[in-house]
Every structure is written in C-alpha cells, then in structure tokens.
Design a protein around this ligand. Structure first.
Ligand code: MCA
Ligand code: AMP
Length: 499
C-alpha cells in the first residue's frame, strides 16, 4: 500500500535495507513499513481517519518508537512524543494540554500512567499490544498541510508551549539537512539523544530514514557504550549536544594510551560529526579535533524552526560561529530599533521559510507575539554576521537557560520552588559551566528568615517529584532579599555575581 506521506512513501524504494538497529537487532525498511501500518490500523480501531487527534507516546528509543511515530502519522493523528525522564506532573501537563485521546506506553510505564489515563478518559495502549498482527484497513490520505507533531518547548512563560509542525514543515526541515550535509543511503548514524526534541527526531532519525540510511539507537547516552560502539565500526555519522562531546572527551582522557588510540582510530572512517542545541565551546571543538581529527560541524536550530543556520559540510567550519542560512531558509538580524543590521552589528535572529512551525498549540496570542508583522519568526537569540558567518552573542531573556542542550524556563522552576512550604520567594538563573553550558542555580528567600536552615537534599527530592532531573537547581544560596531594580524586577545579572 502506498502512503500519502513522503517519508513513508520513500521507504518503499529500499525495503530490503536496514532502517533501524535497536536492542542488538536489525530491522529492515519493509519491517518498519509493515509494523507501522499494523500500528496505524490498531490506532484507527475502525475509524477512517484520526483527523489530527493527538496520540501521545512514551516509548524508549527503538524500532518500536519509529513504528509508533509512523503509525500515528499514517492513521492521520498528531504525534506527541513524551519524555522518559519526566515525572508524572510533567507528563500529565502534556496529556491535558494536548487533550490526547490515545496514549501508547512501554510496559515499564503502564502502572504509572494507567490511573491518569483513566481519569482523563484516554485510550491507553501498551506498545507490545500494537505489535499483534491485525488485518490492515485502508489508511487515510494525509495531506502535507495537516499537523504532524507537537513538541514542548520552554520559553519566557512558566509552562512549556506545544510547538505544532505540519508534515510540510517536517519534510522541508529534513530535506534542507539532507542536501546541506550530503546524507547518503550508506550512512549509519548512532542516536543517543532523547526522542522528544527536534535534534534526535529530525536531524538524526528522520534524515537517516529519508535517504534509506541506518539509524542505530542506544536507549540513553552512556560515554563507555558510545566509545565501545564506535570501536565496533559501521557507524560513520554522529550528532550530539556539546555536553555529550565534553563527556566523551572526559572518558577518552581517563582511558589508557592503547584504549585512546583505538578510540581515535575508530573515528577515522567517520563522514560527519555535528554539534548543536547549545553553543559549542571552542575548547571542546579543539580537543575533539585532536582526539578525532574531525572539525565538528556546528549548526543552529530551534524547536519552532528545525535547523536554520549551519556551518558548511564542505568549506571552512569556523570555530565560535554557527555558519550560514540553510538552503531555502531566510535569515535576517534586526536591532532593538527594528532595523535590519549589516555586518558586525548585533541583532535578533529572525527566520522565514517552509521550515517555520505552524503555531503554538491552542495559544493564538503567543503565536502572534512570536512573529513580526511581516511574518518573520522572532527567535530571541542575538547574533552578528562576521565576514559571512553568523555568531551567537546571547539571548534577549535571562529567564531562558540552556543546560545539557535542554532549554529550560527559570520561571517554571521558580513557580515550583515558591510552592515549597519553607520558601517565600526565589530567583533561578543559569551560570556558565564548561560541561553543561549553563548550570541551574537558585537564590532562596526563606519564610523563617535568612538564618533558617533548609535541608538541600530533601528540597531536591521534593523537586524531583515535580520536575525532571535536568531542571533541578544544582546550587542554592539563601539571601534575605533579592536584588531588584527601581521597577521591582529582580536583576538577575546582578544575582549571577553571587554564584
Ligand atoms: C543531568 N544532570 C545534570 C544535568 N542533567 N547536572 C547538571 N545539569 C544538568 N543539566 C545530572 C543528573 O542529575 C545526574 O546526577 C547525572 O547528571 C547523570 O544524569 P543523567 O540523566 O544520566 O545525565 P546524562 O545522561 O549524563 O545526561 C546528559 C545528556 C542529557 C546526555 C547531555 O542532558 C541529554 O540527553 N541532553 C540532550 C538534550 C537534547 O536532545 N536537546 C535538544 C533540544 P546525580 O547522579 O547526582 O543524580 S534542542 C533542539 O532540539 C533544537 C531544535 C536544536 O537546536 O537542536
Ligand atoms: P530549543 O528550544 O530546545 O529548540 O532550543 C533552541 C535554542 O537553542 C536556540 O534558541 C538557541 O538559543 C540554542 N541553540 C541551538 N543551537 C545553538 C548553537 N549552535 N549555539 C548556540 N545556541 C544554540
């Protein structure tokens, strides 16, 4: 059966090739097509089309994850991948916010989510149940302009917003990278990234599947396992956030000289190594160059736009710079007066093109605010063009933190901290850190005064019930008051000096 979706249609061209390696098993494109069709039929459950119903799924990175995603799309649903690291309140927020009607979960999460699914009247399905063969029904025709996926991203509001992309957006996001980075059918990429963000879903998994290449999954990042896998051969493309390269370098440095040589030798046959999602420190770029002989290709993206700017695959990869606009993507820099800047003058990165998302889920006001009157998406990142290469200078908001490649809202953490019985007020900031990019830290004003003692371990445990580990502050200081400007706003840059 031919699919109306390009990514899935293309898979018919190379049915015998290996699409996915997971849990030490190879799965062909034919197996992926068959299972995803089976899953679509299960999801439809007699309906002709899910007509953009939201299908949330909590499935480990694996062959099954990909098949569920393709199954949702073929059934006409919107894919809402959930994060395995999220505690129940974060999962509940996404399920309620999207009004998901179906939730697919691996067996490990069934007990946790069954009561919530019952409460929200969501059809709960175990992943393994979707594997049982079923007589396939006719699948709906899904046009390119229909919504395909909702990913959650933090911003300058407390709670994350759902970013809705259409199939046309995703196809374009994939195609521009396939062209720019010369993806080939013989490529074999190792995915160590979580699959609820663009980096893992689009740049790694979907680009590989677009060209008939192979995507191999590790269930989660582990430096020892990554180096072991590199040494076994076959992998020739790798993409990760700077924190991961930092951790791989650290592991290499701890190894014996023989081990180091073997690790470095294994990278000689690689075609491409990419870094993104956060600024790549020049020290990491240089150390990796020494270890691997590769100059990391740094690129810039956002959940709302996929990738927008990239250093070239061929040609100079300039350290400390993110490169040039990708094919078909328009970029301009605009200063505080609304004037488009010229070379060497800072401005906000604004983006236009078929890559740009459709809307924030059920947030028309936020969507409107995210665009200029003439239709450019306002990134909030400040950059400057230096002799043909963009360089990121910072962000227009101190309330957005990038840690480990995750975008985190300081306001969300502050709102949670203020619910703690001992905390009167607080301010959360990110401070520069070589490993994590930014480290989350918090300044607390306690109800009992600044001489009160608070059990930090207990506070962290309390936070872990509500927030994922990567959003938990790593350092706390107690003050009697927060520094504020004449308007009463906390002066976070001043606060940074305290840490
Ligand atoms: C975890 N830990 C941290 C942090 N995260 N400490 C400080 N800061 C953090 N941010 C601590 C944990 O609490 C734990 O400590 C220890 O580190 C190990 O935790 P674990 O979860 O195992 O960490 P890890 O596996 O080493 O995680 C590091 C990681 C992960 C692999 C870099 O953060 C990651 O997968 N990041 C990628 C996120 C991503 O894909 N971003 C793309 C979104 P303890 O042992 O004390 O408890 S951006 C995007 O998609 C746009 C479009 C783009 O441009 O790409
Ligand atoms: P997210 O919302 O998780 O998609 O994160 C997008 C943000 O990550 C961007 O707005 C940038 O602030 C940041 N980012 C992505 N790539 C880079 C890069 N190469 N250098 C600096 N910041 C980056």
């Amino acid at each position: 059966m031919t699919s109306s979706l390009q990514l899935i249609q293309r898979a018919q061209k190379w049915t015998k090739r290996t699409a996915i390696v997971s849990n030490q098993q190879d799965y062909s494109y034919q197996q992926l097509l068959d299972l995803s069709q089976n899953i679509a039929t299960h999801l439809l459950n007699g309906l002709e089309d899910l007509t953009e119903e939201r299908v949330a799924f909590l499935v480990a990175p694996s062959f099954e994850y990909t098949a569920v995603q393709w199954g949702v799309w073929q059934a006409g649903g919107i894919a809402v991948p959930l994060c395995e690291l999220h505690p129940l309140p974060s999962l509940e927020y996404v399920l309620q916010n999207t009004s998901a009607s179906i939730l697919v979960v691996d067996a490990a999460y069934y007990e946790l989510l069954a009561p919530l699914a019952k409460k929200e009247n969501i059809r709960l399905l175990r992943t393994e149940m979707l594997l049982t063969p079923i007589i396939s029904t006719k699948l709906p025709v899904v046009s390119e302009n229909r919504s395909a996926m909702i990913l959650y991203t933090s911003g300058t509001t407390s709670l994350p917003k759902g970013v809705v992309t259409t199939h046309a957006n995703l196809n374009f996001q994939i195609k521009t990278l396939v062209e720019a980075w010369e993806w080939q059918a013989d490529d074999h990429i190792l995915n160590v990234l979580p699959l609820h963000h663009v980096h893992g879903i689009i740049n790694v998994m979907s680009c590989a599947l677009w060209v008939g290449a192979c995507c191999e999954f590790l269930p989660k990042f582990d430096a020892t396992k990554v180096w072991e896998r590199f040494q076994k051969g076959a992998i020739n493309v790798f993409m990760a956030v700077p924190t991961i390269y930092f951790k791989l370098i650290h592991h290499w440095e701890q190894s014996s000289a023989i081990e180091q040589k073997s690790c470095s030798d294994s990278l000689k046959s690689f075609r491409l190594m990419v870094s993104g999602s956060a600024a790549l420190p020049i020290s990491v770029l240089e150390q990796w160059e020494q270890i691997s002989g590769h100059t990391l290709l740094e690129r810039y993206g956002m959940t709302e736009i996929g990738m927008g700017i990239s250093n070239p695959y061929r040609g100079e990869r300039r350290s400390g710079h993110i490169g040039q606009a990708l094919p078909g993507v328009q970029i301009r820099l605009v200063d505080e007066q609304g004037v488009v800047t010229t070379d060497n003058t800072p401005g906000e990165i604004q983006i236009k093109g078929p890559n740009v998302f459709q809307e924030y889920w059920q947030k028309p006001e936020a969507t409107k605010k995210a665009f200029s009157e003439d239709g450019w998406f306002l990134s909030g990142d400040i950059a400057q063009l230096n002799a043909g290469y963009y360089k990121i200078l910072g962000r227009d908001s101190v309330d957005i933190i990038k840690s480990g490649g995750y975008k985190i809202s300081a306001l969300e953490i502050e709102d949670v901290l203020r619910q703690h019985p001992a905390i009167n007020d607080c301010a959360v900031i990110g401070i520069p850190n070589p490993e994590w990019g930014e480290l989350i830290v918090a300044c607390l004003i306690l109800k009992g005064g600044h001489e009160t003692i608070i059990d930090v371990a207990a506070l962290k445990n309390w936070l872990k019930e509500i927030l994922p580990a990567y959003k938990i502050p790593r350092q706390f200081i107690i003050q009697s008051a927060l520094p504020r400007n004449v308007l009463g706003k906390v002066t976070k840059n001043e606060l940074k000096q305290l840490f």
